[in-house]
Design a protein around this ligand. Structure first.
Ligand code: ATP
Length: 721
């Protein structure tokens, strides 16, 4: 008891000391930035007053010195602005530190020392300005890794200078909120598990949270890995893949501060906007605000410069609600994202200069300055070694040189501008339009596909594609193919700086998509996380990762498997495991809850009544997010119309939803990657869920639930249940 009291007194004192230091640094930082902003205002004023001449005349001035004069003012301003931003960032971090400076402590004795050092671990580090003593270590610091990997006893960590060994005497965890020590406990394995169980038993929120306090050893190994160029994780639903992805991005940023990796060198690729929203708080909470986060579909529309491409989710909705097209759409997607189709696209690119790029003789006034045969010859030369885009540029350069030469002797500004514009257009191919050409004539398509194995329903696929392209609809499958075509022809420098790519929900992408990533980020290292059991319109197994490895072709690649699921209760996991292959082991974190139940109803009225009572029960139990899941948006909208007058409920049917909280109805495919306190799967009748793929939908839907899962149906229950 006495010992506890003195420990408590010590910890309170230590916390006070830490907060005092953080507060004094915050005060200083605020002062520094007041100074900075005054100086910025002063410098701007000075620039305006002293360089008025330069600015007003700058754009039509031929005088290089004007520019230099302006930059003399601009540079100090930019420097001060950078300084300001850096300190503003420090202020944000210090405020967080003051609120909760650390969450753990390990007492570590280095092998060559006699006493134990107290290592406090928090979201960010805190250092004495003068002595440089570290009061709090960033959770990403090498020494902090021991907290995640060892219990008391011998321990080691990898420091920049090599392996450091020693002994851990104590592991302690803290709950500090609003600068107040709520409690602390000494954590052996059992107590740490109990703490995690308590955390997992809490309600979820509409935004994903950080897990720094409870990262598990196997997760930490992936988060801190620096050895592999391609790190792949196959993880069961709820095993923490997304959490790992984001904590790894934060870790790489931390590592990067010593190896010049900056925020714009890391990109996190999400499968949908709703998912991107859901994860958007994690990196800022970890103190990393600026990591690039992008939805895969956005990359496609960005490359193709077309805002109206169909998203994967729109594709899925049409596929699932139009049974007559379902087979064809699936086969079309499978085919157009396959290596076979890539070969056809490759042949099409080779054929473009012969058949589809129509050069004309180029005239400056009356004078022909470049004949079409000359231009074509340039285009055909070097086609084995250089890209088509490059050769188009060469042809344009040739024509431009000729135009310039003629212009020198026969100056005619209007003609010169006209021909320059014509030459510029030489390099521009209309990719969507060219892509359509491949499908306009079946004979031509089969000519390109000679000796390549085609799907048996290629005729249907061709017709389906023609119909879509004629009506100017760029379906998901065609969009990706056209993007690949454009990248292969022109390449892109847009993402050249990216050194690390993090891809979540890897199972949703096809070989073509990984080919696209390879073209976009040729020199990057990759972290790829997925679950082969969560594919919607295709079947995957472990070969998924083998194929990714082959496509990305990195020197050092590895696959880590994670079977333990942290999201759902034992009962929910057990229920969900009936929807996946028996070989896919799934272990729960041993948290108990109610057994999922199936509630059949004889008509819509009864169904509605049962759903309403379950929702009320969930709300009474204090659940904050209650998800009513339906197979499609069509089913979801139908249910919404019935329930909207009877419950406070909202419908989430597109990806723009900001916050998924309260009681809501959502199609299963949109709920991927998200989680809710309670889930009601509302349309589990034999009509909706009958195929192997529907089984996957049920798996995804069931594993969204943290604490409670119930299934409802009108009429005959699906035989998959
Ligand atoms: N070490 C951990 N400590 C605390 N919570 C954890 C831990 N690992 C995972 N979780 C929690 O488990 C839940 C599932 O995590 P996450 O969404 O990252 O899993 P996932 O593998 O991406 O799931 P899915 O594939 O189903 O989308 C989240 O609530 C997350 O906070």
């Amino acid at each position: 008891m006495e010992k506890n009291q003195s420990e408590l007194a010590f910890e309170k004192y230590r916390l006070e000391e830490t907060i005092l230091l953080a507060e004094s640094q915050l005060k200083q930082a605020r002062l520094d930035n007041e100074g900075n902003s005054e100086e910025i205002v002063f410098l701007k004023k000075e620039m305006r007053e002293n360089s008025a001449h330069s600015i007003t005349n700058l754009w039509n001035s031929q005088n290089f010195e004007d520019l230099i004069e302006l930059s003399q003012y601009q540079n100090p301003i930019t420097e001060k602005l950078l300084d300001y931003e850096k300190i503003a960032n420090k202020i944000t971090i210090l405020k967080k530190v003051i609120d909760s400076p650390y969450f753990a402590r390990i007492d570590f004795r280095f092998d060559d020392e006699d006493s134990f050092d107290k290592i406090y671990i928090g979201l960010s580090s805190l250092k004495e300005d003068d002595t440089k003593d570290i009061l709090v270590y960033d959770w990403r610091a090498p020494i902090a890794s021991m907290f995640y990997r060892f219990s008391s006893g011998s321990a080691l960590y990898e420091a920049p200078v090599g392996k450091i060994t020693g002994e851990i005497g104590l592991k302690r965890q803290y709950e500090i909120k609003k600068s107040k020590l709520e409690y602390f406990f000494d954590a052996d394995v059992q107590i740490a598990d109990e703490f995690l169980r308590k955390m997992l038993a809490q309600n979820t929120s509409s935004k994903m949270k950080t897990i720094v306090e409870t990262i598990q050893k196997e997760q930490d190994v992936v988060i801190r890995d620096m050895e592999y160029d391609l790190m792949m994780v196959q993880g069961a639903a709820g095993s923490g893949k997304t959490s790992i992805a984001l904590h790894r991005a934060a870790y790489l940023m931390y590592q990067g501060s010593s190896s010049s990796l900056s925020a714009n060198n890391i990109i996190v690729i999400s499968p949908s906007t709703i998912f991107e929203q859901y994860i958007s708080d994690v990196l800022p909470e970890l103190g990393e605000d600026n990591v690039i986060s992008v939805v895969f579909d956005e990359i496609l529309s960005d490359v193709l410069q077309c805002r109206c491409l169909q998203t994967k989710n729109q594709f899925l909705e049409i596929m699932m609600t139009n049974s007559c097209y379902e087979r064809t759409m699936k086969d079309s997607l499978q085919f157009k994202t396959s290596p076979e189709f890539l070969k056809i696209l490759d042949r099409f690119i080779d054929d473009l200069p012969y058949r589809w790029i129509d050069f004309e003789d180029l005239y400056y006034g009356e004078k022909c300055i470049a004949e079409k045969e000359e231009l074509r010859e340039i285009l055909l030369k070097g086609r084995k070694t250089t890209s088509l885009g490059f050769r188009l540029n060469q042809a344009a350069e040739f024509a431009l040189e000729a135009a310039k030469e003629y212009h020198r002797e026969h100056e005619n500004q209007a003609e010169y501008m006209k021909i320059k514009e014509e030459i510029r257009r030489l390099t521009e191919l209309n990719i969507p339009c060219l892509y359509s050409k491949m499908f306009e004539d079946a004979m031509y398509f089969h000519h390109l596909a000679k000796d390549i194995e085609l799907p048996c329903d290629i005729r249907n696929i061709m017709e389906f594609t023609q119909d879509n392209l004629i009506s100017n609809r760029f379906y998901y499958d065609d969009a990706a193919a056209a993007v690949w075509l454009k990248l292969k022809i022109y390449g892109t420098d847009k993402y050249r700086g990216i050194k690390q790519v993090v891809v979540d929900e890897a199972q949703d992408y096809y070989p073509l998509h990984y080919e696209i990533l390879k073209l976009l980020f040729p020199d990057a290292k990759y972290t790829i996380l997925g679950d082969m059991n969560q594919t919607l319109e295709k079947k995957e197994d472990l070969s998924l990762y083998e194929n990714i490895g082959k496509i990305l072709n990195k020197k050092k690649a590895t696959l880590v498997t994670m079977d333990k699921s942290y999201r759902s209760t034992n009962q929910i996991l057990k229920f969900a495991s009936r929807f996946i292959q028996e070989t896919s082991a799934m272990e729960s974190f041993n948290r108990d809850g109610d057994k999922p139940e199936i509630h059949p109803a004889s008509d819509g009225f009864e169904l509605c009544g049962k759903i309403i009572s379950e929702v009320k029960l969930c709300l009474d139990a204090g659940y904050q997010s209650v998800g009513l899941l339906c197979k499609t948006e069509k089913n979801a909208s139908f249910l919404y119309e019935i329930l909207k007058g009877k419950l406070k409920i909202h419908l989430i049917k597109d990806e723009t939803a900001e916050n998924v909280e309260g009681v809501f109805i959502i199609p299963v495919y949109l709920s991927k990657g998200l989680e809710f306190d309670a889930v009601l799967i509302c349309d589990t009748d034999s009509e909706n869920y009958k195929s192997e793929e529907d089984k996957t939908l049920l798996y995804i839907a069931s594993t969204r639930a943290l604490h409670r899962l119930n299934l409802f149906c009108k009429g005959e229950i699906s035989h998959l249940l």
